[in-house]
Design a protein around this ligand. Structure first.
Ligand code: SF4
Length: 236
């Protein structure tokens, strides 16, 4: 089993270009749990890809560990979906991680509307720090990134060394298109965030998510007013 310390560039290349080359998402997930078992956690954002991964994961390891970053700033529809997911996958070990600061404490210590004045700092407090803490007990984490989500994700491998969180990162859906994701949701009758039906292909915090126009990049509605494209969770 490779850890952050032992997964060097050559080992990662061998995994991606030999062991996992041409594998389906289901096969990558099977390999991931056979390799890491309870040492693997899925960080789920409850996006459309998240519904697919939760279903595939539950079929492979029904008591898998899942974390969701509850920034306190999600849409009501997202919290409603979290409840639906808990009902649909009762045996998954789903934990909602909260930031160290409440919204009020954040405003007191760092100023009102930090997401407008210093969005990177806001994401660090409400997403990165909680995820870093949440990943600590595990050797590997899983993410629903897809290469087609935009230029910042175009080179994502199945398995890589995550320098930011000092972990091994596994992304079984890299080769899926958005159509693949929605076809899977439909065929398996999975719950999903109702905002997706209102032109929100990518959904984060209320303050930083806007609907997108037809033909725009899937993630162009995220931080559209701040010139920011990623929260920092998926830096290469
Ligand atoms: S997405 Fe916006 S509101 Fe949410 S943590 Fe990041 S900056 Fe703050």
């Amino acid at each position: 089993m490779y850890t952050y310390e032992t997964l060097d560039i050559q080992s990662a290349s061998e995994l991606n270009e030999t062991t996992l080359a041409g594998k389906t998402a289901k096969e990558v997930i099977r390999w991931a749990y056979a390799t890491y078992g309870n040492d693997l956690v899925y960080a789920c954002s409850l996006g459309a890809e998240g519904m697919v991964l939760l279903d595939l994961i539950a079929k492979e390891k029904s008591d898998a560990n899942v974390i969701f970053l509850d920034t306190d700033f999600h849409f009501d529809e997202t919290y409603e979906l979290l409840n639906q997911v808990r009902t649909r996958f009762p045996s998954l070990n789903i934990q909602a991680l909260k930031p160290a600061l409440t919204p009020e404490e954040q405003a007191d210590q760092h100023g009102e509307r930090l997401w407008e004045t210093h969005p990177d700092q806001c994401c660090a407090i409400r997403k990165l720090d909680p995820l870093e803490k949440g990943l600590k007990p595990y050797n590997a984490w899983m993410s629903g990134l897809r290469r087609a989500q935009g230029p910042t994700r175009a080179e994502t491998p199945f398995v890589g060394r995550d320098e930011r969180f000092q972990s091994v990162k596994i992304c079984p859906l890299i080769h899926w298109t958005l159509d693949d994701v929605w076809a899977y949701i439909e065929v398996n009758n999975l719950p999903y965030n109702k905002l997706h039906d209102e032109n929100y292909p990518s959904i984060g915090c209320t303050h930083c998510t806007a609907p997108v126009a037809p033909g725009e990049d899937e993630r162009s509605g995220r931080w559209s007013q701040f010139g920011k494209t990623e929260c920092g969770l998926h830096r290469a």
